[in-house]
Write a protein that binds this ligand. Structure first.
Ligand code: ADP
Ligand code: MG
Length: 448
């Protein structure tokens, strides 16, 4: 499933906005990124997508299912009716591939100027439902997930409940559209899968003991390894490998039973309780773990469930992330989840300068502009050209500019005074000051 296009009429600050999403003819990747100032409308676009898609999700469950309405506060203040039009392409279980629907909402007691038309959502969802019921109970469902900014409030449960819930593919949609990342259900799921993994194989502590006791018997150890790999839970392995790929140095995510039940992970050889990780580490692990878990649940027949398809919306994708992680984020997302379409917003120049073929939009005051050729720009250039922000504190920049002007005018006396002032304020190895020092030296030599 891929989103081709959305159109917003009187939603939030937009009176009429149409947006196309990658892949497009010019952008082969499956990644669209929105950048823009606060209040530009980025979140409005993601929320509208989530709202429109919620009707598809509800109708995979049952054909009369109801998704989320457009909230009244999202209706543009100068209008009485808001409408979201969405165009989806999905050829999974039918010859047809284009589906579109419109969701509308009017203020109470006001005449509606648009009506909802959801027949295509019902039909598309129906394709999956019928195929599931009649043809293939191991059908893959398309992931649809929205990670809002509030996802950062991560609650780590003190006890990990045993859920014993029967999990079918639909569980992959549970609170996927705005609930945020829920560590509690992640841990519950992880514990259940690990329990059944342990039941199916030899318990890890027994294995470790056997392997060290019979270390010299290579044949026996190989056989133990084979049994261990064969009993590995495919879904857990997928989640573990996704987390390990995004967070080098971290591995062996697991539930530890003593002294008390908790989630543990090894960081560069040291075992840590997940609760002890930094906010950035927790956020990334929760985000990646959640996408991987949902894909695993929704693609029971795939050899690698991370290759399942779907749509993932992430608001402020750089939230809490170290610059090093921001830079590689898109590449890692697309490498780990190659069949997912990503629609992201960001404030970080690092996120967008490192990936080719990404469709990047700048939102400015409700106006949308496509920006190309950002690949390989350094972070300063992106700040200047896309985010309309000076790379430096503007007061410092003004003084540096004045210093250059003085040097060009060969006004050595004033230049040196300003240079002294700036040297007191800036670090000794400041690149512009070093350049200025050279110019001053040159002028001095010339005038001597
Ligand atoms: N119902 C509305 N009518 C008009 N403008 C609105 C409405 N709701 C929100 N806005 C405007 O949209 C802005 C919020 O947009 P949002 O999508 O959250 O921006 P971003 O995520 O880019 O920071 C607000 O600052 C406000 O100016
Ligand atoms: Mg926002």
């Amino acid at each position: 499933m891929e989103i081709r296009k959305i159109r917003l009429n009187n939603v939030g600050r937009f009176t009429d906005l149409e947006v196309a999403f990658a892949p497009t003819e010019k952008h082969a990747s499956k990644v669209t990124v929105f950048v823009g100032n606060n209040g530009a409308g980025k979140t409005t676009i993601l929320k509208s997508l989530a709202t429109a898609l919620s009707w598809f999700v509800a109708r995979v469950r049952t054909d009369k299912g109801r998704g989320s309405p457009i909230p009244t506060e999202a209706i543009n203040n100068s209008a009485n009716t808001a409408a979201i039009f969405i165009l989806i392409s999905d050829a999974a279980h039918s010859n047809r591939s284009d589906y579109y629907w419109t969701l509308s909402q009017s203020r109470q007691g006001r005449a509606a100027s648009a009506v909802s038309e959801l027949a295509n959502a019902t039909e598309l969802a129906g394709n999956y439902r019928y195929h599931w019921a009649l043809v293939d109970e191991n059908i893959s469902l398309p992931l649809v997930a929205f990670y809002p900014v509030e996802r950062s409030v991560l609650q780590i449960p003190l006890n990990i409940k045993k859920s014993n819930k029967k999990v079918d593919q639909l569980a992959g949609y549970e609170s996927a559209l705005g609930g945020g990342v829920n560590f509690a259900s992640f841990f519950e799921w992880f514990r259940d899968r690990e329990d059944s993994e342990n039941e199916a194989g030899i318990p890890l502590n027994v294995l470790t003991h056997l392997k060290s006791t019979f270390e010299s018997d290579k044949k026996f150890v190989n056989e133990l390894n084979r049994v261990q790999n064969a009993s590995r839970d495919k879904q857990l392995s997928a989640v573990r490998s996704a987390v390990a790929f995004f967070m080098p140095g971290f591995n062996n995510l697991r539930v530890q039973r003593s002294p008390n039940l908790h989630m543990a992970i090894d960081k560069n050889g040291e075992t840590l309780n997940v609760a002890q990780l930094s906010q950035g580490e927790k956020s990334l692990m929760a985000l990646v773990g959640d996408i991987a878990r949902r894909l695993s649940i929704m693609n029971p027949a795939l050899e690698n469930p991370l290759h399942g398809n779907g749509v993932v919306l992430i608001d402020e994708v750089d939230l809490h992330l170290h610059p090093k992680w921001q830079r590689s984020l898109i590449q890692q997302l697309t490498a780990t989840f190659p069949n997912c379409q990503f629609i992201l917003t960001t404030h970080s120049p690092l996120v967008i300068s490192d990936t080719k073929d990404v469709l990047c939009y700048v939102l400015d005051d409700g106006e949308l502009e496509e920006r190309n050729g950002l690949y390989g720009l350094d972070a300063n250039q992106v700040l200047l050209s896309v985010m309309d922000t000076d790379a430096r504190n503007s007061e410092v920049q003004d003084r540096l500019d004045r210093l250059l002007d003085l040097l060009q005018d060969k006004n050595l006396k004033e230049a040196k005074a300003l240079f002294e002032e700036l040297s007191a304020d800036l670090p000794p190895d400041h690149i512009e000051l070093t350049k200025a020092a050279l110019l001053i030296r040159k002028l001095e030599l010339r005038s001597a």
